[in-house]
Design a binder for this molecule. Structure first.
Ligand code: DUC
Ligand code: ZN
Ligand code: ZN
Length: 491
């Protein structure tokens, strides 16, 4: 058999296996995995290295305006380059609808922005204005072209849909085989805290962490899950930051609900004490939900190990520590006026590898699932996330022993800080391939601007989950009331 590339002598890891073997690639696809493969126009020596599915970053904000209209520092070029250096072969940033905007226009805008990507990409839509036209016309059109997931917010006045709006969205998503992602924080609890803190004159960055209570996340996660269960719609809870929230997800998974969740490295690596740094330094660590404490870190690791989370995602939301980012509202604004988010697309996988695999908290197979395979399955990237014949040759070759210190000077994003500055990490993705092309090799970028392709995604594969049928929406128990499309046909 003829190969364009053979990766030989490495240890191949999938979600269930780990074996010494070679990988043969032709026309961008994996065509053979075997003990020994001869030939190949190019042979990549992976001796002493791990051969893993390329990372899929399922949560990143790239070339996106926030609801208060602040543009992220990274566009699809810098964001994708940074992702590639972090071991990712593809990513799914958000395409955000602002109120009054048509979804068709949103997609047109992001199609233009994403032309610069060096890695494969798709979008999750953010829906903030679910008008009749959006629900019945535009969302079905978006699903038809392979945008099969979107995010809704339970917080922020400009984004929050209310419970009824969420039920409408969940129902439409279910009908079209899409998955709804949710930012779960109770808006009124946060606003109430904001008012009390403002009245007391407590506006320094550290009070951001106080203003968004753990209970606000826990309450909203629970509510979001009950809403999704009522209409038996798949739900993905993004950026879970609390032990209580994770425990609710774990418990509700037992109900059969098609329920998925992620946490992020910042909730494992940092705490609210980081917001209490000198002067305005704490602004670097403002993200929502906020950073918590050491006990939460331990609990989140416990849940990662036990399978509560499908993914560990970066929530890369890059706002520079200057007037273009964190401080668009002045040099010393009160915390609610500081842009919300931090970078992390390049450090997500090295951090998870170092703190997870190297420190024995998770297995290599779990690392593969959390970094790539689960995102491929849940978000419908059917040709990605696995090393097997027929799959895209999206591969990251890791040196599991190499050490390095995270430094801003080594980053490839457009940021002026990294929250993990000075941390020593073990494990480096040395060579990264996307559809068979080497895009990163030993610290050098090999990809050209624009070589990434849009991935039309499939409907979420829900065959492995029974789902949850509420009695009141079950036609055998509700006197035949035909009020929601709950017919068990999801797949
Ligand atoms: N939610 C995110 O997912 N990212 C940045 C800010 C936010 O509220
Ligand atoms: Zn969010
Ligand atoms: Zn986010």
């Amino acid at each position: 058999m003829e190969f364009d590339t053979v990766i030989h002598g490495g240890t191949v890891v999938t979600t269930s296996e780990k074996f010494e073997g070679d990988v043969g690639i032709r026309d961008g696809r994996i065509v053979a995995v075997a003990e020994k493969l001869a030939g190949g126009e190019r042979r990549i020596d992976a001796g002493g290295r791990l051969v893993l599915p390329g990372g899929i970053e399922g949560h990143a904000h790239i070339a996106q305006e926030s609801s208060s209209n602040v543009m992220t520092a990274d566009d699809y070029y810098s964001g994708s380059v940074s992702a590639a250096f972090g071991g990712n072969s593809s990513f799914i940033p958000f395409a955000g609808q602002h109120r009054g905007q048509s979804v068709d226009d949103v997609i047109r805008i992001y199609d233009e922005r994403s032309k610069r990507s060096v890695i494969d990409f798709s979008y999750h839509l953010i829906i903030s204005d679910p008008t009749e036209k959006v629900l019945t016309d535009e969302l079905p059109r978006a699903f038809a072209r392979g945008i099969t997931s979107f995010k809704v917010f339970m917080t922020y006045d400009l984004m929050n849909l209310g419970d009824g709006g969420m039920l409408d969205i969940l129902t439409v998503a279910r009908e079209h085989g899409a998955i709804t992602m949710v930012h779960a924080e109770n808006n009124d609890m946060v606003k109430w805290m904001n008012r009390r803190l403002a009245a007391a004159g407590l506006t320094a960055p550290k009070y951001h962490a106080v203003s968004r209570p753990e209970l606000a996340e826990e309450e909203a996660i629970n509510r979001a899950i009950q809403l999704a269960k009522l209409v038996d719609a798949p739900l993905f809870v993004v950026h879970v930051s609390t032990a209580g929230g994770a425990a609710i997800v774990q418990r509700e998974k037992l109900s059969g609900a098609r329920l998925f969740a992620e946490t992020c490295p910042q909730y494992l690596a940092l705490t609210r004490a980081d917001l209490d740094r000198e002067g305005m330094e704490g602004a670097k660590f403002i993200c929502s939900p906020p950073l918590r404490d050491h006990a939460t870190q331990d609990a989140l690791w416990h849940h990662i190990r036990r399978g509560t989370f499908e993914s560990v995602s970066s929530d890369h939301a890059p706002y520079r520590f200057d007037r273009t980012g964190k401080f668009v509202n002045g040099d010393t604004p009160p915390y609610p006026k500081i842009s919300n988010g931090m970078p992390g697309i390049a450090t997500r996988l090295p951090y998870l590898f170092s703190e997870g695999v190297v420190k024995g908290r998770i297995t290599l197979q779990q690392f593969v699932a959390l970094s790539s395979s689960n995102a491929a399955r849940v978000f419908g990237m059917t040709k990605k996330g696995a090393i097997a014949p027929g799959m895209d040759a999206d591969i990251a070759i890791w040196n599991p022993e190499a050490k390095r210190i995270v430094l801003l000077a080594d980053q490839h994003d457009n940021m002026d800080y990294t929250p993990l500055e000075g941390r020593e990490l073990t494990g480096i993705p040395e060579i990264v391939l996307n559809r068979g092309a080497v895009i990163v090799e030993h610290g050098a970028l090999k990809a050209r601007e624009g070589q990434g392709r849009f991935v039309a995604r499939a409907r979420a594969d829900m065959t492995a989950w029974p789902g949850y049928i509420a009695k009141e929406l079950d036609s055998t128990q509700n006197f035949g009331a035909d009020i929601a499309p709950i017919d068990g046909s999801i797949h």
